[in-house]
Design a protein around this ligand. Structure first.
Ligand code: NDP
Length: 323
């Protein structure tokens, strides 16, 4: 089969397209024939070694397709079932082996492309808004990179929960998309001091929570945007990692809560996984959650997708298509 392989950490050029053996499912696993592959920022961390792995490996943490074969002990899935998943390494290929417990059924009417676009970023937005800091009606929250993959979904889910949403983006085009997703206030953080603007919007009170996937360039000012006992959910580092922090800083800035969550710990068992996925598919079917699939690339062009994502040139979801 065709797949992308990373043999040594590095830039997008290390994403090599070539032939590898089709993996075989063992007990509790299924072989998935992949229809669409989600590109996520975590793929960049794997490629560069920021999240260390064991090269050579096939990157990619998200896909949708059809179960081709199942290993022993798999009872609730059969060949031919349509499935989607996130958070199992190896999706940049024509086939992937995935633990059956991580596969969710894809409802009729939802395409492979939609399912692959929804799983990882959608479940992330779901857990951030519903579990990490559960937004209550009337809360004000700040979402960085509001036109990104997670950002557009998180904004919509935060609005459903009754929140007032402030977002940051880098361009006017991204600002328009963020507003379309429901943001009440959009700040161009490349031109305006977002801390001062958040204080102005909240009349000096600050926000209840900051959802920060940007990291290095936003973290310090994000803490200053919080009201006393506010919650800082640092969930990513698209601008680079945040340096170590003295916990006393959290006291000085208002007895703040700081968490560094990851999806793996918010889909701990099958029940939690299916809860989040079925909410997302239900909202999609009902029209209350809109997906923006900005661009599809042939699998062979994975390097171009990474360049675009890292180059800050994208909005919404990027997909790779095998075959
Ligand atoms: P995005 O589509 O949001 O792309 C990243 C965005 O970050 C860019 O479009 C850009 O938006 C912004 N950004 C700001 N500074 C930089 C920079 N120096 N270089 C590149 N981008 C920059 O990506 P995803 O939706 O895939 O992921 C968003 C974040 O969420 C990532 O940090 C990712 O690691 C994290 N994540 C965490 C998960 C978890 O469970 N912890 C799960 C999923 C994602 P703009 O141009 O508007 O500034």
């Amino acid at each position: 089969m065709k797949a992308i392989q990373v043999s040594a950490y590095g830039g997008p050029e290390v994403l090599a397209y070539g032939d590898v053996a089709v993996p075989q499912p063992k007990a509790g696993e299924a072989l998935v024939r992949i229809g669409a592959i989600g590109v996520n920022f975590i793929d960049v961390y794997h490629r560069t070694g920021r999240y260390p792995g064991n090269p050579p490996f096939t990157p990619g943490m998200e896909a949708a397709g059809v179960a081709e074969a199942v290993g022993p002990d798999v009872t609730d899935l059969k060949p031919g079932d349509r499935v989607a998943y996130a958070m199992t390494l190896g999706s940049y290929g024509e086939y992937a082996v995935v633990p059956a417990a991580k596969l969710v059924p894809v409802p009729d009417g939802v395409s492979d492309q939609q399912a692959a676009a929804l799983m990882l970023q959608g479940m992330t937005a779901h857990y951030l808004a519903r579990s990490t800091y559960p937004i209550q009606p009337g809360d004000t929250v700040l979402v960085h990179a509001g036109a990104g993959g997670v950002g557009l979904l998180l904004t919509q889910i935060a609005k459903h929960a009754g929140g007032r949403v402030i977002t940051t983006v880098s361009t006017e085009e991204k600002a328009a998309l963020s507003r379309e997703a429901g943001a009440d206030h959009v700040i161009l953080y490349t031109e305006t001091d977002f801390e001062a603007e958040v204080k102005r919007i909240t009349e000096g009170k600050g926000v209840h929570a900051v959802y920060d996937g940007v990291g290095k360039t936003t973290f310090d000012k994000s803490l200053n945007c919080l009201r006393p006992r506010g919650c800082m959910a640092l969930f990513g580092a698209s601008s680079g990692p945040v340096p170590p922090l003295d916990p006393l800083v959290l006291s000085g800035k208002g007895s703040l809560f700081l968490t560094r969550p990851t999806l793996a710990h918010y889909a701990l068992d099958r029940q939690e996984l299916l809860w989040r996925a079925s909410d997302l598919f239900g909202w999609l079917a009902g029209g209350s959650l809109k997906l923006r699939i900005e661009h599809t690339y042939p699998l062979a062009d994975a390097a171009r997708a990474h360049r675009d994502l890292e180059g800050r040139a994208t909005t919404g979801k990027l997909l790779l298509l095998p075959g």
